[in-house]
Design a protein around this ligand. Structure first.
Ligand code: OAD
Length: 243
């Protein structure tokens, strides 16, 4: 791919880069995105049945099992070339912040260091009542496991619809976006708030905006550079062009 020389020049000089990723970055690892019209998770399941506090109250076992299924799927995959390219990019940049909406932990597994998980991590489990994180739970298939401390139901440590994002992560993400010189939006449809607003916060503060996504998104008309294709192919080429 031929990248615009202006972008390469700017990237080699820049000190502060912020990257926002979404499910598209993990697609080439074999994980489903959410809004793909054929096999996106939200084409096959209803978010209101599975990803809200109301759903968990109504049918905790259904919700627990769905996340257990996703957790197992994630355990069976590896980071892809896009994740590894972001690890390389971080090594070249003085201040690099990787904000992800993904709950699969693949950026950290690849070796990215400064990662903000805005929507939590499905590999972590916590008590729905007292919030205590736990690394072990019984695998009784009949019922949802319970907290050893308070006997509350265990749930995945992810953000559901209608819930607030983790405060510290969100604050760090907003301030990083406001100070970014280059902001990348990668593999995200950019329709879920408040993550989607980060690109606009960066742009309003003078950042160059770059989109790498399989298809155009609502953000595309506002970006300085848009590359449409697979992040696992474009990112390694981009990082190579920097060396
Ligand atoms: P989406 O499924 O909404 O968007 C994924 C985007 O990635 C789409 O625009 C695809 O075109 C693009 N894409 C697919 N494969 C790609 C590839 N190989 N390379 C580059 N781009 C590719 O997923 P998100 O934007 O992550 O929230 O969704 C945001 C949030 O909505 C999720 O974190 C989740 C969901 O509801 C919660 O669960 C709270």
């Amino acid at each position: 791919m031929n990248f615009p020389p202006d972008l390469i020049r700017f990237l080699t000089k820049t000190e502060r880069i912020v990257v926002l990723t979404g499910a598209g970055v993990s697609q080439e690892s074999g994980l489903s995105t959410f809004r793909d019209s054929q096999d996106g998770l939200w084409a096959r399941y209803k978010p209101e049945d599975l990803a809200s506090p109301e759903a968990f109250t109504r049918d905790p076992k259904l919700v627990w099992d769905w996340y257990a299924w996703r957790r197992e799927a994630i355990k069976g995959v590896r980071p892809n070339a896009g994740h590894y390219a972001l690890v390389e990019m971080e090594k070249k940049i003085t201040e690099f912040t990787l904000i992800t909406q993904n709950v699969d932990g693949l950026h950290c597994l690849a070796g990215s260091k400064n990662v903000l998980e805005l929507h939590g991590n499905v590999l972590r489990v916590r008590c729905a009542d007292c919030g205590t994180l736990t690394g072990t739970w019984g695998d009784d298939t009949e019922s949802v496991p319970r907290c050893e401390k308070c006997d509350g139901l265990l749930r995945p440590d992810v953000v559901w619809f209608g819930e607030s994002l983790p405060r510290a992560e969100l604050e760090s993400a907003v301030s990083a976006a406001r100070e970014a010189q280059i902001f990348f939006s990668i593999g995200t449809s950019g329709v879920v708030q408040p993550a989607a607003a980060l690109a606009h916060a960066a742009r309003n503060n003078g950042s160059v905006i770059v989109e790498i996504n399989a298809e155009p998104t609502p953000l595309t008309p506002k970006v300085d550079f848009a590359f449409h294709g697979k992040s696992g192919e474009i990112l390694p080429e981009l990082v190579k062009a920097l060396t």
